[in-house]
Design a protein around this ligand. Structure first.
Ligand code: SF4
Length: 101
């Protein structure tokens, strides 16, 4: 009886790991038209940021050097906690940008 329970626990833990692994690999790119992306002025190319709306934006600011970017250095895309479940472009930008220390 206890073996059976253990088996079920292991089975559910195992499939949970598989599901989250697959979800990470398949995370879609954030769309500029996404409601949250629009609200934060997200663009896939930092050069296209709205300079009038965001006067503090600078061309050197991009997701790749933002403290919230969770991709590795050199990655073209990576996750960002502001846009959960989506990938942002390393060359992108949004108004929540915080320079990496
Ligand atoms: S918070 Fe940083 S990493 Fe996330 S989208 Fe905005 S600029 Fe890019």
């Amino acid at each position: 009886m206890s073996n059976r329970r253990e088996f079920i626990v292991q089975l559910s833990l195992g499939s949970g790991v598989l599901v989250s692994g697959a979800a990470m690999a398949a995370a879609p790119m954030l769309d500029e038209a996404d409601a949250t992306a629009k609200a934060l002025g997200y663009v896939t190319d930092t050069a296209k940021a709205d300079a009038k709306k965001y006067p503090k934006h600078a061309a050197t600011q991009q997701c790749g050097n933002c403290t919230l970017f969770q991709g590795k250095a050199g990655d073209a895309t990576g996750p960002c906690p502001i846009f959960a479940g989506k990938q942002v472009a390393a060359k992108g930008w949004c108004s929540s940008y915080v320079k990496k220390a």
